[in-house]
Write a protein that binds this ligand. Structure first.
Ligand code: GRF
Length: 196
């Protein structure tokens, strides 16, 4: 069994998709052991409560990122997380936090990277007149949405599609590819653990 921790700031639909997929995929006895949220009112925390997954609020507001990251690291260590998934976590993690976890941290981004890294990705692609949309799963490095890509999926938007429609389709793609990619990482960790 491998242990997943998820970091989220808001809605948490990807967190929920991850947590539910782990329970649903037979023969993959991995566990989502922790949700960390940096906003007190994050809806993701309510989802965690509903799913029976422990959650921890690690605020950034009113103190330095370094202090917040120290607490974040403690929470992940205490939970013995093998893999950390960033699912709408709206903070840039410092190289000091990322480096020791490289290869074990994964992020979902709502664009076809390397196009449109950063915030408001779907909106910016839409405003630029893109017709091809999608989502990307990548390992986290010290840049913003720059790490090695491990999965992506795309679709062609119907001409004249509204932004809201495209957003909904991108989110549906995310909930498809993220659980599969994360399950692959958990399997790999688990496989390593079992090797003599
Ligand atoms: C997703 O679009 C994800 O790609 C981006 O933030 C959004 C989070 O959505 N990084 P949710 O909180 O998982 O519903």
């Amino acid at each position: 069994m491998a242990r997943l921790a998820v970091l989220a700031s808001g809605n948490g639909s990807n967190f929920q998709a991850l947590a539910e997929s782990l329970g649903a995929i037979e023969g993959r006895p991995h566990e989502c052991v922790l949700l960390v949220h940096d906003r007190r009112e994050a809806y993701a925390a309510r989802r965690a409560a509903g799913l029976g997954i422990p959650s921890r609020y690690v605020p950034y507001f009113g103190r330095g990122a370094r202090e917040a990251e120290t607490e974040l690291a403690e929470a992940l260590d205490q939970a013995k997380a093998d893999i950390v998934a960033l699912a709408g976590f709206m903070r840039i993690l410092s190289p000091g936090f990322v480096k020791p976890r490289e290869g074990r941290m994964v992020n979902i981004h709502p664009s076809l990277l390397p196009k449109w890294p950063g915030s408001r990705a779907i909106e910016r692609a839409f405003e630029a007149g893109d017709s091809l949309f999608g989502a990307t799963v990548h390992l986290v490095d010290s840049g913003v949405d720059t790490g090695p890509i491990i999965a992506c999926a795309s679709f062609e938007a119907r001409p004249g599609s509204a932004l809201a429609e495209i957003e909904a389709m991108v989110h549906a793609v995310e909930r498809e590819i993220f659980p599969r990619a994360v399950a692959g990482l958990l399997d790999a960790v688990d496989g390593k653990g079992r090797r003599p």
